[in-house]
Design a protein around this ligand. Sequence first.
Ligand SMILES: NC(=O)c1ccc[n+]([C@@H]2O[C@H](COP(=O)([O-])OP(=O)(O)OC[C@H]3O[C@@H](n4cnc5c(N)ncnc54)[C@H](OP(=O)(O)O)[C@@H]3O)[C@@H](O)[C@H]2O)c1
Length: 294
Amino acid sequence: MTDSRTPVTVIGLGAMGTALAEALLAGGHDVTVWNRTSAKAEPLAAKGARAAATVEEAIAASPLVIACVLDYPALHATLDPVATALADRVLVNLTNGTPEQARATADWATEAGAQYVDGGIMAIPPMIGHPGSTLLYSGAREAFDTHRETLERFGVATYLGTDPGAAPLHDLALLCGMYGMFGGFFHAVGLVGTEGVKASEFTTTLLLPWLNAMMTAMTEFARLIDAGDFESRDSNLAMQSAGYVNLIEASRAQGLRTELIEPMRNLIDRAVAEGKGGEDLPGLITLLSATPSS
Ligand SMILES: NC(=O)c1ccc[n+]([C@@H]2O[C@H](COP(=O)([O-])OP(=O)(O)OC[C@H]3O[C@@H](n4cnc5c(N)ncnc54)[C@H](OP(=O)(O)O)[C@@H]3O)[C@@H](O)[C@H]2O)c1
């Protein structure tokens, strides 16, 4: 592991890149920054960062280069023209993308002579450097081990293996869980809202206690999925299909669109149509594959 004060370059100074650079400055690192719109470097320069005039100059300044721009097209628009500058650098890419994009970019960076680590940020900018922030990493193990202490300035650093696609795969899976949860939240709040119930009151008094109680079911669901055990003990899918109709009809009757709750209904109904009415919710996992089973 290197000195915890490794010089670091941050490329991309949107909300997240700025938070990353600030955490490094707070940790006492020499920080060099670059952003397409150079004005965004000024507040960081006022806090002690060095604003590089070009991307090449920024990369040359530090052995560890952290990139965090909008998406992979933006990343490649920025780095492709200066690929040769990445030789002997560690590139940690915290730009959100797909496993395929991460793997292709790892090959590209390796070709340029860099060690590549991909990362997924499980936090929003104000959380960076504070408790509750976790970042997922995968790719070049030696590079990760070398810079682990520096990366921990952002939050807990969780390494998921040498496949650069592993961090984005897990990142996107966690976001799927989050968006599913928020989708249910919005519809629930919208439904009681049609009768003038305040979102805050409903959420604190009823929705959160209910969701917390349901959350505990996930551990058991996961165990049953791993065991391939889908037989219903308590709440079979045929019963849930009959009940789900009421969610849809009541929402419509209250003047609420049902697009957030239709997908689960469609899946439950398909399971019942395929003869799985005696299974419970974990059985739905078998219907998700886009590849038809033989
Ligand atoms: N904010 C969050 O809550 C959050 C949480 C987890 C992960 N992330 C991920 O972190 C990354 C950055 O997010 P952010 O919140 O910092 O976004 P943002 O505030 O919208 O900033 C976008 C950054 O990308 C740069 N950019 C966009 N298009 C570009 C291009 N064609 N060439 C060069 N630079 C380009 C922007 O430069 P300009 O200033 O010149 O436009 C800016 O630095 C994203 O991949 C995002 O998914 C964000």
